[in-house]
Design a protein around this ligand. Sequence first.
Ligand code: ADE
Ligand code: ZN
Length: 337
Amino acid sequence: MTDINQFIEGLPKAELHLHIEGSFEPELMFEIAKRNRIEIPFGTIEEVKEAYKFNNLQEFLDIYYAGANVLITEKDFYDLTWAYLTKIHKQNVVHTEIFFDPQTHTDRGVSFDTVITGIHRALVDGKERLGISFVLIMSFLRHLSEESAFETLKQAAPYKDWIEAVGLDSSEVGNPPSKFESVFKKALDENYLTVAHAGEEGPAEYIWEALDLLKITRNDHGNRCMDDDRLVARLVDEQMPLTLCPLSNLELKVVPDLRDHPIAKMMERGLLVTINSDDPAYFGGYMNENYIATAEALELTKDQITTLAKNGFKASWLPEEEKNQRIEEVETYYQHN
Ligand code: ADE
Ligand code: ZN
């Protein structure tokens, strides 16, 4: 193992872009399918892994939603979340801000309460037993109607204390942020923070819309901002965090090779970029694998890696004091390693 890999593994990290449904490992999927007596179209783990070969976002989403179909009970959502937390605990991730997609489940007849209660209970246990602080983000599916997003926002009302922000994910091209302007306005009125996936496959124009119409606090992905100098200047000026996901970008063919990933150039231009795993069970890696693969491909220095880890905390919604404490911890780690 190289020195850099060890350095990354020991580094305290924050994750800001993770879909809990995307952390559903095949082993757990088989176990839950069995206990819920649900057929899945795979006989072995190898067959599942074989199916995880994607040419674009939509090919991935089709499989991702199919996988989520086996999640039925509160315990299923608890087990899913707990498995993710134990995994990241071993990788020194000390803070995580995770997405859940309620419509993926409520559209199948699973209640909003079942979904959020299972996830939240595991997050609370994770804080208590593993020391991992957390934030929960409710994400609307952009391939569905704005009306459906309004309905979801209504269902969330009794759980407002558990949800910090609303987000926007799923099939990007053809479903611009402007489609959801009204529901985001309502969410903002109700004091939710807002984020949105924009500029993953969609154009830079979608990032402008997310900023101007959805009033986002962070932009998820945002690779395509590099097509628009005026947009880059604005993102730098506002220090708008971009939650990048290198292995996801590679697997979904957003970049042909990790050596072509824009993250190093983005840092050079002064953008506030972070490394995240997106859907680690599908894209071959959690936080450390993302950091390691990126560092290797782009020959990042310890100094650059340290900046990325600090950015993760800086862009988080931790209380100011805790945020500064974590950044300090990263700096101390860097000084001693
Ligand atoms: N849902 C889960 N992962 C996603 C991604 N990378 N882009 C859009 N929607 C998603
Ligand atoms: Zn995502």
